[in-house]
Design a protein around this ligand. Sequence first.
Ligand SMILES: [Zn+2]
Ligand SMILES: [Zn+2]
Length: 748
Amino acid sequence: MPRIVIKGVVQGVGFRPFVYRLAKRFDLRGYIRNLGDSVEVHIHIESPEFIAAMKKEKPHLAEIESIEITRSEEKEYSEFSILESSSCKASGSSLPPDLAICDTCLKEILDFRDRRYLYPFTVCTDCGPRFSIIEALPYDRENTSMKSFKLCRHCLDEYTSPESRRFKAEPTACGECGPSYELYRGSDKLNENPIRKAAELLKEGWILAIKGVGGTHLVCLATSSRAVKEMRRRLGREKKPFAVMVRDIKAARKLVFIGKKEETLLESRERPILLLKKRGNKISELVAPQLHTLGVMLPYAGVHYLLFSYLNSTALVMTSCNAPGEPMASERKDVLKLGFHDYALLHNRRIVNRIDDSILRVVAGRKAFIRRSRGYVPGAVSLKRSGPDVLSLGAEENVTACFLVGKKAYLTQYIGKTTSPSNLEFLEESVKRMKALSGADEIEAIACDLHPGFQTTQLAEALAEEQGLEFLKIQHHEAHIAGVAAEKGIEEGIGIALDGFGYGYSGEAWGGEIFFFSGSDFNRAGSMKSFPLIGGDSAVRNPLRITAGLLLGELEEEEVNKALIALGMERFEVEILIKQWNKNFNVFQCSSFARVLDAVSALLGVCRERTYEGEPAMKLESFAHGVMPELDMPVRFEREGKIEVFDSAKLLKACLDYLNSGESREKIAASAQKALATGMAGLAAVKAQDYGVKDIVLSGGVAYNEVVVGEIENIFNQQGLRLSLNENVARGDNGLSLGQSYLARLRI
Ligand SMILES: [Zn+2]
Ligand SMILES: [Zn+2]
């Protein structure tokens, strides 16, 4: 009889009951079972119609990658049935991510006649948590944190009946038998209807911790400046923007402008946070101060919909509940210990795999991940080529790890900054989990950043030694560029990395780099002209020091002195700065593109103190938003050693002159941003001609800036060059691990 093996996303999506119903329809006898990484179907006769229908009518969460048909000598079956899962090992994840509650389940919880009325954990085979609750494959209830909830008679009926939407829906439950919410004041439990009371408390302006799918949010009314300010105080988070959850798309349109592509992403079952252009001022200015964008998401868990059903307001601030630089709190004791909340709405289903909300932005018409996590992980990113299995651990900020297995890349959820021991532990756990889910059990190499001081570098080295694997260090910007090459299948071209900092081959701080690449060979072909960063980290926090460093390349000390004082820097600070520069004390040379944007931002008085990553440059983009870049700016190149460099000091000097002549600051900001993009695009175009290639890839932390990306794309379009950017992994360090493992694979 024919044996059919189907690979793809076929577990946890209602695939087996679907095939069962199909087999009944075609009068077939045999069985179906899970094999861990695939499902296996035996039928008593050949049936091309059955296979065609399987492809055509598959459940909408399922993705069929391959169908393999062989012959097998099995006994005859008298009917079609679903067998217990086999415990075969996995290879190539087939587990879907955590998805938003579906419309059918949502209707049930809002219908007072339904037995699941107001039950927030309602799910079916089409929706609900998966990754956040799984401990091991195969995806069966005993391998999830639902195992501690014994199904009631009703639920068991549904779970075992192939006709039901909840047949083998592993996380299924109801108010009788499933997890439930409880409300706490501080750490004392309250005896009230928890969700309704929580909504009332939010209305009154309290700050709540609310445990959801992949972790716990800190929540308050987005319209209450008092509540938002208090939340900032408790979190020690002065200005970094918060995201909001809005009731529905209609409510979202009142706060932000939403394009077609953005609407699709916002309403997708992955339900990411989307950065959108603000419209009007209906919520507190303190939510995303001085920015023209606002992070918005729609409800995705039952509890969110229920909260909004009790609330008359349309937007809630929702941010991960964690101490700065630490992983998000997921369990009750951690939330209560942090104590950021006035009240806490918590449930008793364990979160096995913490996972933060994903963040996206549509940049110059293309989808751009800022953070790829809930809704997307553990889904694989498809590659064009296969090769040996490898693992990489990212850099230091916004870390993810990445396994390459065959033609697939598996990135872990967002880990955060690995300078904290608990985040490093979180990374190790996530690597273990992803290894099991991806079936990467024959890893040949482990890769990391070139920076010797990163925790991830040390961890990678230790793991490689322990397991006797090859160990590779990959230069930061080569990895950024390789990530695009991997995703888009580009073998040869010019790569541009516009970034903060990355460790160069001789320890320099790179960050505005142009490479020619061919396979795994990289040739540094151009760069921003390096400039002094006076005071190192202190210059990053006080970007007017970066401005000073750039101006010192163009002006006499005396003039810089005068200019800085005119810009508002204290006299004594200017003196120290110049002294430091003269003695070359704590002065670093850098070629970072992002730092030049910071310098412009500080010069124009847009942002002179950086309190979060990217702040000065993000505020500069917002400040210049919608302004015509019509001022002439010098775009000059020169040779520095073997490479050609773009001189941004001249540009800074021009900005200062415009400022002194009373030109509009917005216009200077817009024109400087554009000129910086023009410079790097021009240099890259020349290199493309030198090397005779048409493909240019762009990556790095600045590849989210709409003006910069838009301008670069314009220039390349005019010259017949093709621009590619990452669309399925993040362009910043959150996606760095893809490029690291891709290059490691090519270099072993
Ligand atoms: Zn559902
Ligand atoms: Zn039940």
